[in-house]
Design a binder for this molecule. Structure first.
Ligand code: C2E
Ligand code: CA
Ligand code: CA
Length: 795
């Protein structure tokens, strides 16, 4: 039963009880009260009337007696009789009044009857006495009419008693009725009171509930307004959609992202804003959602703005399944265009070189691998041009990184212009570029392209801001050859293939560079084989350095005239755990190209000086010659390294000779000259190795501040067979004499050769005839066996 039902019930009960009380009980009570009042009034009147009646009849009797006793004058008697008659009238009146009070008629009638009898008797007596005129004594008259009067008195008393009894009964009756009515009234009042209390209690409860409800409603309103505020001012877009995509609501940010006003969006279909390429996926996801266990999904996609532009958004859509009403979609949208752009930039940086805006090595390798994958098995279809800008280290060293980057940027632009449809041009390393093009093996078109490419560099330098002459060495390799089995490099994975192709092309470039640069070299199978081996050696060299696989041997040099031991040439030996013993002619050039020569050379120098210290410690002035590769020599810190090792080994600088080749002069004559002078100031001497094999002419010797020349062993080999060689050696020796240079001949294998050299006046000789390269112990033994000379004779 609910409160309101109780309320209705209580109201009905209240109304009924009040109605009943006012229509029935209260009138009844008031009537009874009136009745009671009346009854009491009658009772009182009755008692009074009875009393008066009693009094009047006693008075009437006494008057009667007096009349009988009266002797008085006749007029007095007459008055007495008159008064008696008046008393009779009063009795009659009282009696009639009494009879009106409702005294039981029997006693009333009895009184009337007795009163009548008495009156008759009295009046008779009075007449009789009046005639006799004899007054009687009072006593005599006492009994007079006694028997008539007494019943009157008795009747009055009886009537009085009867009246009183009847009256009391009446009062009782009325009181009882009143009592019942009052009980009824009390009961009704109790009911009314109970109903009223119930009503008040219900109302109090209702008011309390209403208050609570009001407060809850207020709280709800506050929280709703907060939510609304949050929704409206959120920094992400929010919207509520029908399942068919109709927009029901959208916040400011969401409208902002789309470039509309909110009003323009309400009622339109949300799907229409999704960019076409994302629409299908969006629709699929949305369609699946109501039935699936996933209540939300997230996606990154483009949306179309009002102005037609597209922006990237991250969108999460959730299905709202409320207890009431149909389900809706709630979507949160965040604009991520900038993030996307930043990601694109990162992706760009991952694949492109920011200096030249060309693809980088990583990206190039990826493309190359993908292109090779497309080639039919066994058939070549790709040519790779590997290009290095000549002498760019020199440009960097001279002009600095900023200028170098500016030049590279210009080169990048030129290369982008040069690029044709289907070609890929990338920056593979600092000043190394790769060009990928489709080609038939060894076709003319590729060569023509390479030639044009070379010219790009000539032109680029002409139009460059810095006008620094540029040239490039270009190596070309074809995928048809990269597919062949060469050494241990087999066609395995595509990745290895791309790798191999790059290596062949690079080998060809190195070949082009070694031919003086500004040239093109085609990777032929022999070169490629060497390239394959070169690759193996490169990786083995790294391991060799790590594992300290390099040792030093010493080959003696003697004075030709006296045969005295003057120094040893330190020669590097490498026994690789992987590849076995590799001759220096093979690994030194590779170490040079990879830059590993710096470390190898440093170790050889250190070891050589440690051993040579043993020779000088024996008191003999035996020198040591160490080969220095151009790269090593041209390093800015080379002089520092030499000084350090000399100090470390405490070896006399005057006994150290550095063997350099003319390659250093070709790179940078001025730098080479100043470097040599710098070293000479330390006290050591510099010898030009392999003289006669390169480009340098005799007159060249003049311009080099060297201390000695080492005549290449090819001259010595031909001395006995070729007269022209003899004349050449003679002029070299003459020139050397004139320039005050020492001449050392190497590769002396026979007595005959030595004899000719002696006759020509050569200073020093080295060769298998005189001594093969030997271990440090053997060298020391040779030193100790040699005659001890005083410092003086050494000068
Ligand atoms: P190189 O400086 O001309 O060294 C002389 C080479 O001639 C040595 O070969 C030596 O063993 C060889 N030789 C000496 N006498 C004779 C002979 O009578 N007949 C023949 N056929 N050969 C003779 P090796 O030791 O194989 O060195 C080859 C080249 O490797 C050297 O030529 C040098 O250019 C380079 N090299 C060796 N050690 C080093 C080093 O520590 N640093 C640098 N940068 N290069 C080195
Ligand atoms: Ca040498
Ligand atoms: Ca040599």
């Amino acid at each position: 039963m609910t409160g309101s039902n109780v309320r209705y019930g209580a109201v009905i009960v209240l109304a009924v009880s009040l109605g009943f009380a006012s229509l029935h009980t209260i009138p009844m009570v008031s009537r009874d009260l009136r009745l009671l009042h009346d009854v009491y009034a009658i009772d009182v009147q009755g008692i009074r009337l009875e009393g008066e009646l009693q009094y009047e009849i006693q008075k009437s009797r006494r008057r009667f007696l007096r009349i009988l006793l009266g002797t008085g004058k006749p007029d007095q008697l007459q008055r007495e009789i008159q008064m008696l008659n008046q008393g009779d009238a009063t009795v009659e009146l009282l009696s009639s009044q009494v009879s009106q009070l409702g005294i039981p008629s029997s006693s009333q009638e009895l009184f009337q009857q007795k009163w009548g009898q008495y009156k008759t008797k009295r009046d008779l007596l009075i007449k009789t006495e009046m005639r006799s005129q004899t007054p009687k004594s009072y006593g005599a008259h006492e009994g007079l009419g006694k028997e008539e009067f007494f019943p009157v008195e008795q009747a009055v008393n009886d009537a009085s008693t009867a009246f009183e009894k009847a009256s009391a009964e009446h009062i009782q009756e009325v009181s009882n009725a009143l009592n019942g009515a009052l009980h009824e009234l009390v009961a009704l009042l109790a009911i009314t009171l109970a109903s009223l209390s119930l009503l008040i209690w219900i109302d109090w409860k209702r008011i309390r509930t209403e208050k609570q409800l009001k407060r809850a409603t207020h709280d709800l309103l506050v929280s709703e307004s907060r939510f609304h505020q949050a929704y409206e001012s959120a920094s992400v877009g929010m919207g509520i959609f029908k399942l068919d995509g109709t927009i029901l609501s959208m916040n400011q940010k969401a409208a902002e992202i789309l470039g509309y006003e909110i009003d323009e969006l309400i009622g339109t279909k949300g799907d229409a804003f999704v960019a076409p390429e994302f629409r299908k996926n969006h629709e699929q996801r949305i369609d699946l959602m109501p039935g699936s266990t996933e209540a939300s999904y997230q996606a990154e996609r483009k949306v179309i703005r009002k102005d037609g532009k597209t922006v990237w958004v991250r969108n999460s859509v959730a299905l709202l399944n409320t207890a009431e009403g149909e389900p809706h979609f709630f979507s949160i949208t965040e604009e991520i265009t900038r993030q996307k752009e930043a990601n694109d930039r990162l992706a760009y940086l991952a694949n492109f070189d920011p200096v030249t805006n060309l693809p980088n090595l990583h990206y190039f390798e990826e493309i190359l691998a993908a292109e090779l994958e497309k080639c039919a098995p066994g058939e070549g279809c790709i040519a790779l041009l590997y290009l290095e800008i000549d002498s760019f280290d020199f440009v960097k060293g001279t002009f600095g990184r900023t200028v170098a980057d500016e030049i590279l940027n210009e080169v990048g632009a030129s290369l982008s212009q040069f690029r044709q449809e289907g070609e890929v041009i990338a920056r593979l390393d600092d000043h190394v570029f790769g060009v990928l093009l489709r080609a038939a093996p060894y076709d003319e078109a590729t060569l023509a392209r390479a030639t044009q490419l070379r010219e790009v560099f000539h032109r680029a330098s002409q139009f460059s801001k810095h006008r620094i002459p540029l040239s490039a060495s270009i190596g070309i390799a074809y995928s048809s050859d990269a597919g062949r089995d060469i050494g241990s490099l087999r066609r395995g994975s595509v990745g290895a293939d791309a790798d191999t192709l790059l290596k062949y092309a690079r080998a060809a470039m190195l070949e082009a560079r070694s031919r003086g640069g500004d040239s093109i070299f085609l990777a032929d199978p022999a070169l490629q084989e060497r390239a394959a081996q070169r690759h193996q050696i490169e990786s083995a060299l790294l391991r060799g350095l790590r594992e300290n696989e390099f040792t030093v041997v010493f080959q003696p040099q003697f004075l030709v005239v006296t045969g005295r031991l003057v120094r040893f040439e330190a020669l590097c030996r490498w026994h690789s755990a992987e590849l076995g013993t590799i001759p220096p002619d093979r690994f030194i050039p590779i170490a040079e190209q990879t830059g590993l020569i710096t470390e190898i050379g440093r170790r050889v120098l250190h070891e050589a000086l440690i051993q040579a210290r043993n020779w000088t410690d024996s008191g003999r002035r035996i020198g040591v010659a160490v080969n220095i590769s151009p790269m090593q020599f041209m390093r800015p810190d080379f002089t520092h390294i030499i000084t350090e090792i000399l100090a470390l080994t405490r070896f006399p600088p005057s006994l150290l000779e550095l063997e350099i080749t003319e390659g250093i002069f070709i790179r940078d004559l001025n730098l080479a000259v100043s470097r040599i002078r710098e070293l000479q100031r330390l006290g050591l001497s510099v010898a030009l190795d392999d003289f006669g094999t390169g480009y340098s002419s005799l007159s060249y010797l003049q311009r080099m501040p060297i201390d000695a020349v080492k005549l290449d062993r090819s001259f010595v080999r031909d001395l006995t067979t070729d007269q022209a060689t003899v004349s050449m050696v003679r002029s070299v020796l003459a020139m050397a004499k004139a320039l005050n240079l020492r001449v050392v001949t190497e590769g002396v294998e026979t007595e005959q050769q030595l004899e000719i050299l002696r006759s020509l006046g050569c200073d020093e000789a080295q060769g298998f005839l005189l001594g093969r390269p030997e271990t440090a112990e053997m060298a020391l033994r040779r030193v100790l066996e040699s005659p001890l000379q005083s410092i003086g004779t050494l000068a």
